[in-house]
Design a protein around this ligand. Sequence first.
Ligand code: PHE
Length: 338
Amino acid sequence: MPTLAEFLTRADALARDGAALIHAATSRDAVDAARVTLLGRKQGQLTALMATLTELPADDRRSAGAAVNAAKHALETTLSDVEASLGPDVDASRPADLTMPGRATWRGAIHPVSAVIDEIAGIFRELGFTIALGPEAETEWYNFGALNFPPDHPAMEAHDTLYLGDDTLLRTHTSPVQVRTLQTYTPPVRILCPGNVYRRDFFDATHAPSFMQIEGLCIDEGVSFVDLKATLSEFARRFYSGSSKVRLRPSFFPFVEPGAEMDVEVDLNDGKGKRWVEILGCGMVHPDVLDAAGIDSEKYTGWAFGMGPARIAMSRHKLPDIRLLYDSDVRFLEQFAR
Ligand code: PHE
């Protein structure tokens, strides 16, 4: 039966000789071997020493146990210190493979809504449209009055529109750019206007209080509803696929006559199958709008549309909730990085 003094001497020797063994290691393999020799669970020296604990008189076991734990702790610290000092495990017999592809860095990507806007602008550019812009803080006249809204139209209510002052508001649509463009340029005019618009809407699966719109306007002599329908169907064929179906439903907007909404048939991946999704409002520009902008409505006619690129991104990527496009969650967005 060992005495406590003998046990403590062995624990000291193990800590001292063990440290020397670890310090002698010059490779990770040697450190690993020392770890097994000293701390290995089955054959390690520390395990062997601990096995003799029970041979001590019961009163001595507490201080003996503390000594063996201190030795173990010291050895573990030395092992990790020496291992860290060895640096990365480089095998000199196998030099680095310089032909290996590098690790790609995350460089960011175009947001899916911006990508949709770029793509739509590209299609309309080929059809002869140029980009036009207008202010996001608008006057009531440009946003409503010039667009043939009667003075008591419900869209002008404070619960629908964000007013900045008596006569200034955050535009509720991009249609005021129709008027600003026609005041500046004489027809033929073909413009596409992407921009932010604002409404007092709840932020839910299909609405956002601030969102992008793309306005289109085509004014010339002899332009008819046939041009509207042909151009917008061609757009849908190019944007979705040659076989995608579109339909026009009669609708009302004060600044067009007749007015319509266009739907495209898509599967949104929500288990409900194919269905018609509204992607834009459109119509023949109302003569009163041309007159308000100083354009001769006897000589010129034309059509306009307004679409929501976020909704279009949803139908394109089969997204069930519009908020995904506003959350800036990289796990969602990086799927669109190419
Ligand atoms: N401005 C309309 C809206 O926001 C859309 C639209 C634009 C409709 C042009 C017809 C013509 O809802």
